[in-house]
Design a protein. Sequence first.
Length: 148
Amino acid sequence: MTAKNPSADGMVGPFWIVEDADQPVIISVTVALADAEPYGDMLTVDTGHLQHWSALARRGAAALRKAAIPTAPVWSEYEEWPRGRVLFDTKQQCFIVRADRQLHRPEFLHLIAQRFRLDMATLRVLADDHYRSVRQLRLPASPRKPQP
C-alpha cells in the first residue's frame, strides 16, 4: 500500500474515550497503515471493541495501572463509554474517524488525532449510529495560561 503521505505516521484502529481522575483519556488499539488490513476501500484492523475491552478487563486493575491504562475495562462495559474507530480511505487518501457524536467536539478530536498521529486539518469525521454510549464526558481541562 502506498499512500500520498496522508500523514506518514498515521494509524488506524478502535478507541474509547473514558474518564480517569476526572479527565478524558483515550484507550485504543493503534496499528500502522503498513500493518492494517483492507476492508473494501478502507484500511483497518480486525480487532473489535468487545474483543479488546474484554482482554484489558482480564488483565485486572493492577496490571492496567502498571501499564498506565485506565481501569475502566475492569469495572464497566465497553458500550458505556463513547467510542469509535479510525479508518484510512484508500481511494480518497485520507483518515476517517467514525465515532459517537459527543466525540465530534474539537477537544476530543484532538485527543484522537494525537493518539493516532493524524493531521486534524485533513481528518474526516463521521457519525456512526453503531457507536452510542450512555456516559456523557466532561470536556478536557483547558491548559492554563501563565499569569503575568
